[in-house]
Design a protein around this ligand. Structure first.
Ligand code: SAM
Length: 360
């Protein structure tokens, strides 16, 4: 996808070494920024984009790379030191390596990562590495080609597997694989996926199916819970040892199998981790969201393009984070009758409610 035309000249942001992160109403620091670089995707995963038609963000609204870097710098002055690029499918954004090179050079950056579906990765891996990307996560829900087509509506499993190999050859270490398990769709591949990850020397994380915006087919009984996964894995491999460090803000809990393999579980649905969530999300058109379940965000594109000063933008982000009381996954968990979170009619009226717009 082409980046929006035009150039911007913005004043340099003062770099605050090791700023004290701003805290929200629960004392949670702002540390991580997830940047969606495009709302477009080349897959139609059943848990994310199951509909036939979508309304896309206007191209001219997409943040230019300079704008993303500016907002990242401002966030860094408030505590952010980790950025994850996501989407949509980030590899659909044209010239993405330019953004990666800009961000990787930031003095405050300790971890620059990207989540991709891997379809376009084989040709991109070397350039991503060369541009300075630190880490890669590839989403992979099945190892069966026919099932891949059914679950994503694209016949592209070989490309994804080639992408994973290419990432390894390009020098990406600590490669991660993310799998959304859903009952009756791919939960029979739990052990095959674990064995595949071991053979690839990658760390696989199983994500509980979430009722985020866009998951219009979500049902409680489709969720394979953390507890069920652990029981099945322990029965099959002969035990599971917890490795999670207390106080970690990482979404995944990590476990070790008797043969030494490490895997993760992201139990967003049955054991949400809102209390340690240090993540803000920036949509491709510059809306800052404080929670994956947030229904509203802070539009930063308009003031940025209207010439707001860095200090004004900084104060805006500071104020919304200080007022942050979001704990969306925990609130959803507390509901007795839990169904689809955002109905299709509401999604059609506001693309910002979609998971593929806000980034996973
Ligand atoms: N296109 C990229 C990809 O597929 O990795 C990045 C965007 S995708 C929205 C990011 C992550 O969100 C993926 O790992 C995807 O599996 C996850 N995701 C999307 N919808 C989900 C849902 N309803 N429940 C759990 N995870 C979901």
């Amino acid at each position: 996808m082409p980046s929006a035309p035009g150039t911007l000249s913005l004043p340099p942001i003062p770099f605050y070494p090791y700023p004290v992160p701003v805290l929200d109403t629960f004392g949670r620091p702002l540390r991580t920024l997830r940047v969606s670089v495009t709302d477009r995707c080349n897959l139609r995963c059943h848990y994310c984009m199951p509909e036939e038609e979508y309304a896309w963000l206007p191209r001219e609204d997409l943040l230019r790379f300079e704008e993303v870097a500016t907002l990242a710098d401002i966030s860094a002055s408030l505590g952010v030191d980790r950025v994850r690029l996501t989407g949509g499918e980030p590899l659909l954004r044209r010239d993405l390596t330019q953004l990666i090179a800009m961000l990787a050079n930031r003095p405050w950056m300790t971890d620059l990562s990207m989540t991709t579906n891997g379809v376009l990765l084989a040709d991109a891996a070397t350039d991503l590495r060369g541009a300075g990307l630190h880490r890669l996560t590839v989403s992979l829900d099945t190892l069966r080609a026919d099932r891949f087509r059914k679950l994503t509506r694209l016949d592209a499993l070989p490309q994804v597997l080639a992408g994973i190999s290419a990432a390894r050859r390009a020098g990406f270490e600590r490669l991660k694989l993310d799998t959304v398990l859903s009952r009756g769709d791919n939960d029979d591949e739990l052990f095959d996926l674990l064995d595949f990850a071991r053979a690839e020397d990658a760390e696989i994380r199983f994500i509980e199916y979430m009722d985020v915006g866009g998951a219009t087919q979500w049902r409680a009984d489709s969720v394979v819970s953390r507890a069920e996964m652990l029981t099945r894995i322990a029965d099959h491999y002969g035990g599971v040892e917890s490795m999670t460090e207390p106080g970690s803000s990482a979404p995944a809990e990590r476990f070790r199998l008797p043969h030494g393999q490490i895997f993760g579980i992201i139990a967003s649905t049955t054991q949400p981790f809102c209390s340690t969530c240090d993540r803000a999300r920036l949509t491709a058109d510059g809306v800052l969201l404080l929670c994956l379940y947030a229904q509203h965000g802070l539009d930063l594109r308009r003031p940025l393009r209207a010439g707001a000063s860095i200090e004004t933008l900084r104060k805006m982000i500071d104020a919304v984070w200080q007022g942050r009381a979001d704990r969306g996954a925990e609130e959803r968990q507390g509901l007795r009758d839990r169904g689809v979170y955002i109905p299709i009619t509401a999604l059609k009226k506001d693309a910002h409610l979609e998971m593929h717009t806000r980034g996973g």
